[in-house]
Structure formats: C-alpha cells, structure tokens
Write a protein that binds this ligand. Sequence first.
Ligand code: SF4
Length: 221
Amino acid sequence: MTGDKLTEIYELLYEYFGPQHWWPGQSALEIIVGAVLTQNANWGNVEKAINNLKAAKSLSTERLYNMDIPELAQLIRPAGYYNLKAGRLKNFINCLVEDFNGELCALRKLDTERLREKLLSIKGIGPETADSILLYAFEKPVFVVDAYTARIATRHGLIEPAADYETLRDLFQSNLPQETQLFNEYHALLVRVGKEFCRPRPKCVGCPLEKLPHDTQAENL
Ligand code: SF4
C-alpha cells in the first residue's frame, strides 16, 4: 500500500533527523517573500536578501507596494535573478493590495483550492512556490514537492520516472492524512535527506532509507 510506504519513509526520516522546524520566517509575509526568492537560490543568499529588506524597513506590504522595481531589485540582489524576482514579488504584492486590500488574512480565508488558483494566476508564481506559500505561510494542508521529492520517489519506485509535478503531489496528498504539520515536516525531511544522501550521485550507505527497496539507476526525467 502506497500510504504505508510513505508512512514508513516518514518515520525513518523523522527518527534519523528529528524535527526540522520549517519554515524559518517570522511572519506570513516573510515566508511568502522567501518562497519567491528561493527559486534557483540557496537559502543563505535568500536570508541575505531578506535581511536587506528588514534593514531598509521594507518588509511590509505597504513598503513593498510603494517601492519601484529597481529599488526592490537592489535590496534582493543577493538572491540572484533579482530583476525577475523583484517583478514577481511586485506581482504578488499588487494582487494582495488591489484584490484583498493588502490583508493576508483575507487571502487566507479563501478555501484552499481557490487560494491555490489565485496564487497560480499571479505571473511568476509556479506550483512549487504556490504550494510552499499555501503550506508554510497559510498553514493549509497542501503537500509541496520539489526536485528532491521527485528523485527520492523515483528511486524508491513510488512513481514513474516521467511523472509530472501534479502526479507527484497527488501521490503524497492522496495517500497521507491531510495534516498541515505532517506535510510541513515531511517536505522538510525529504529536502534534508536529498541534500545529505540522495544527491545526483547517491550515498545510499548510511542513508536512513537504505533498508528500503531502491534503484539508483531510476531517475526522474
Ligand atoms: S540515497 Fe539511496 S537509500 Fe537514500 S534515499 Fe536515495 S536512493 Fe534511497
């Protein structure tokens, strides 16, 4: 049963690594900004960009709304692709201010599917970013998948190598209890094992999932 396999993977990872305390943001807005900035960037550089925003007293909806893109781009420069990401952040903030009076709690009140559609309708917000926002900023029971998830699920025979984002998300979303805290921890644990063991060149010896059937020749396409 897929649910049993997913639960076993979770338990092995949790036993080995313990709780991961994600997401490292002090407010829903900071988590959203981080989710946009972390695309193609390591977290250390995202933190530098967020610290720049804080130092400039600009990590607020009002400041971000009134700031022009070049100024914002300079502040978030450490996160890379700063012009593109400044535009994406502005797209989100403009939607928040113009459609929801600048109130994150008004967005949060939407049901999960409508909120996901709304986020995906914002230019530059793709499925992984939208789901990260839903789970970590709005605490909705939505499973976030990424390249680590795809690699581990493929190597452990849980999905076909050609599975797309939605198929992968549905695998976890449909076979686990719909619990925000579980989804939060599970995603963080997959990232951890992906970074430390399940790299492109895997280190199966000593990996917490070593005893489970796996095939390192299977790669997500
Ligand atoms: S490193 Fe090996 S045992 Fe660990 S998750 Fe990847 S394929 Fe599985």
